[in-house]
Design a protein around this ligand. Sequence first.
Ligand code: OGA
Ligand code: NI
Length: 333
Amino acid sequence: MGVVRVQEIANFSKETIPEEFIRTTYEQPALTTVQGTVLEVPVIDLSDPDEEKVVRAIVDASSNWGMFQVVNHGIPRETVGKLKEVGKAFFELPPHEKEAYAKSPGFQSIEGYGTKLQREVEGKKAWVDHLFHKIWPPSEINYQFWPKNPPSYRKNNEEYAKHMHGVVNKLFRCLSLGLGLEGNEMKEAMGGDSMVYLLKINYYPQCPRPDLALGVPAHTDMSAITILVPNDVQGLQACKDDHWYDVEYIPNALIVHIGDQVEIVSNGKYKSVLHRAKVNKEKTRISWPVFVEPPSDLEVGPHPKLVNEANPPKFESKKYSQYCFCKLNKTPK
Ligand code: OGA
Ligand code: NI
């Protein structure tokens, strides 16, 4: 109760934005983005029958960028279209209908409708509202966080979750083979079929000063991998060698982020990507990342086959829940 949504702030911010959204010069996108297409996040055709070539491309992208886009990935265009349609419709409902799904302040659940309450370390706020809920496996789903309106919300989200398995399996297989492991070993190290798919909808309202604000500040995802679809408003940026690059919007592509858990299991061969999101002056940007995560009580560490005396583990093994707790609370252990 009483939380002011960014969507409301955007309604009365016509020329300026509240001070708490103005980033320092180290973060302002207008001052810190590489202009022109010098380098680009790789685009990989997942339907290429030459699997070795696909593996090489994924290894390359995951080691150098920690991010890539995939095309011909097998999720039907209509399935993605319907996921986006109902997510957008939810955020366009009147405030009181959305508030019915709000996270309750005292309750430490990630699921639900919300706006980040605390300012970040630098004292700034992000220009975004969100909705989080799990979409897989069925035993982990809490339907109380799934909007009942629009009525096709549930069917469209279930359909998307079902179609994700093919891409997830293919990506883990390639990541695994790329490390010299058996095709199934990477996925098994993440919990196999018990992996959890956590969907987030980011709703970034139009913003009069996109040069000064950020939708999401720089971070790496805690997940194993993240598979994101955006609407057609460009805004995602990836950091490579200390420089920020725009990630091109490609219709029908999925954007894959290497998350912290894949970096850990690969013992640092694959890099979890530092990324952030800009906002837009005229248009609302919306994105749908799915965080593909190990089950919370699974211990994740460098794969035993990848460590030896010459290659000692670079990361501690931890239960996924503990990893998240430490990262969110910024404690080292
Ligand atoms: C995130 C994220 C980027 C985007 O929610 O973790 O990085 O493009 N979003 O919305
Ligand atoms: Ni992210």
